[in-house]
Write a protein that binds this ligand. Structure first.
Ligand code: NAD
Length: 502
């Protein structure tokens, strides 16, 4: 069955309710397993539509279509022809913004004010930016003097790596999936995407945009399913896959790395985090509260770069806690389309159970619950959703699981510190190393502290300020490799050095 066409005009959340389908070799299909699951919205637990589960046959068909497309029209295109198509894909997403928005908000429950400014436009920008990058990239050359008094010239030739498996999570579904698909296609690869089972809609909708943009068959493929013993595992184990790019939990990364060892496939991993914010007494408190509020509570705390540990210099500790509490208590939970809503539900009731287990653990460990700590009372029509209270704790020991494990909910623990050295030590004290933010009006200190953070990304007096040309990725257990701008070429191309004796 094909995906129902969505009504272009006046897209409402109800008109976006639909079944998902695999997209293989340019066509929508339910595949042959006969297995489906119900996709439910975390807003009220109602059914959005059903999703087919792909098995080995669907993965094999998608990977073979992707492999064949490498030597079809796609593989023969000039860079300009290829990037023209990618520009049309970006335009196609923007032209159907309302449909993408409704699909993403139904799948995740997030406020449409957030998805309208972040998820969907960034999904489009990921195609444009990487198309621009490959159009202007130069190659390295070296002249080597040779013993006969002449020279040899070396130059690097970048070629597509081949078939790229893209495994993506549910927190920013379109944005994070296109962050991989954009550079993969710009570099001339083909892809098979396994979106999160929680959020299948926008990856499916993108198939329609690909066809409308004139993307050759087999270049972009989507197979739905789960991880272990399902589409995710079958995809990463398929022998014709040349590289695996994955965003998700660190534990899943370990499993995928084992799967990638078969046939020595390269991996690019963007994994979990337990990101600190360091607030010094000389920080501009208004600016800092605004930034830390966003970093703790945006997208209901389900942002890999989000803050779950806040360290505040002792003289301003009480004032900071009081202001963050007031900020958290002013957040408006509600339906995505309500313009005052700035906090949606968690992605699912299952995830809420995980987050609530940490809320209970914090209370059991004797934390001071500054605000929140439970499930809010919602209006009757939303009562069955995955809603949760934004929560702030103080008073936990440094070795508490609340302070060391990724919770991925709208919560943070705040702890005082007395000097810069202590702040740096505390910030670096977990096995994760994704991101950090430093808040101070002393820019020398900002640079000095940023340089000591064991992370892939450190912001000073800001958070989530992203220049897509910069390196993105995690240190320690938060990832392997860097993507973004030219860095993406390292993973998505194979570099051949050509040495010519002159
Ligand atoms: P997850 O690891 O549970 O799932 C991610 C994807 O992996 C899903 O599509 C899932 O089906 C698939 N998967 C699971 N097991 C698999 C297996 N054995 N083989 C192949 N595929 C498998 O992650 P999630 O819960 O969807 O997302 C939240 C996590 O993602 C958090 O840990 C968050 O920090 C992380 N994340 C990291 C970044 C980053 O850039 N570093 C960005 C966003 C999210």
């Amino acid at each position: 069955m094909t995906v129902q066409a969505l009504k272009k005009a006046s897209v409402s959340f109800d008109s976006a309710r639909k079944d998902a389908a695999h997209f293989i070799d340019g066509a929508f299909t339910n595949g042959s397993t006969g297995r489906f699951w119900e996709n439910r919205t975390p807003l009220d637990n109602s059914v959005i539509g059903r999703v087919p589960e792909g098995g080995k046959a669907e993965i094999d068909a998608a990977v073979r279509a992707a492999k064949a497309a490498l030597s079809g029209p796609w593989g023969r295109m000039t860079v300009t022809e290829r990037t023209d198509i990618l520009a049309r894909v970006a335009d196609g997403i923007n032209a159907r913004l309302e449909e993408f928005l409704a699909a993403e908000c139904l799948d995740t429950g997030k406020p449409s004010s957030l998805a309208r400014h972040l998820d969907i436009p960034r999904g489009a920008a990921n195609f444009k930016m990487f198309a621009d990058t490959v159009k202007t990239v130069s190659t390295e050359t070296f002249i080597l003097p040779t013993p006969d008094g002449r020279n040899a010239i070396n130059y690097g030739l970048r070629k597509p790596k081949g078939v790229i498996a893209v495994i993506s999570p549910w927190n920013l579904p379109l944005l994070l999936m296109t962050w991989k698909v954009g550079p993969a296609l710009a570099c001339g690869n083909t892809v098979v995407v396994k979106p999160s089972e929680e959020t299948p809609l926008t990856a499916t909708l993108l198939g329609e945009v690909m066809n409308a943009a004139g993307m050759p068959k087999g270049v972009y493929n989507v197979v739905h399913g789960f991880g272990p013993n399902s589409a995710g595992e079958f995809l990463t184990q398929h022998p014709l896959v040349n590289g695996i790019t994955f965003t998700g939990e660190t534990r899943t990364g370990e499993a995928i790395m084992r799967q990638a060892a078969l046939g020595i496939r390269q991996v690019s991993f963007e994994l979990g985090g337990k990101n600190p914010a360091l607030v010094f007494a000389d920080a501009d408190l208004d600016k800092t509260i605004e930034g830390v509020m966003r970093s703790c509570f945006s997208n209901c705390g389900q942002v890999c770069l989000g803050t779950e540990r806040v360290y505040v210099e002792r003289p301003i500790f009480d004032a900071f806690v009081a202001r963050l509490k007031a900020g958290a208590e002013s957040l408006k939970l509600g339906r995505p389309e309500d313009p005052v809503t700035n906090l949606g539900p968690l992605v699912s009731k299952e995830h809420r159970e995980k987050v609530l287990s940490y809320y209970r653990k914090a209370a059991a460990e004797g934390a001071t619950v500054v605000t929140g700590g439970g499930v809010p009372t919602m209006p009757a029509d939303l009562a069955d959703g995955a809603w949760i209270e934004p929560t702030i704790w103080t008073g936990l020991p440094d070795d508490s699981p609340i302070v060391n494990e990724e919770i991925f909910g709208p919560c943070c623990h705040i702890r005082p510190f007395d000097d810069e050295e202590e702040a740096v030590r505390l910030a670096n004290s977990t096995p994760y190393g994704l991101a950090a933010s430093v808040w101070t009006e002393n820019l020398s200190r900002g640079h000095r502290v940023a340089a000591q953070m064991d992370v892939g990304i450190c912001w000073v007096n800001s958070w989530f300020l992203r220049d897509l040309r910069t390196a993105f990725g995690g240190a320690k257990q938060s990832g392997i490799g860097r993507e973004g701008g030219l860095h993406s070429l390292e993973f998505y191309t194979e570099l051949t050095n050509v040495c010519v004796k002159l």
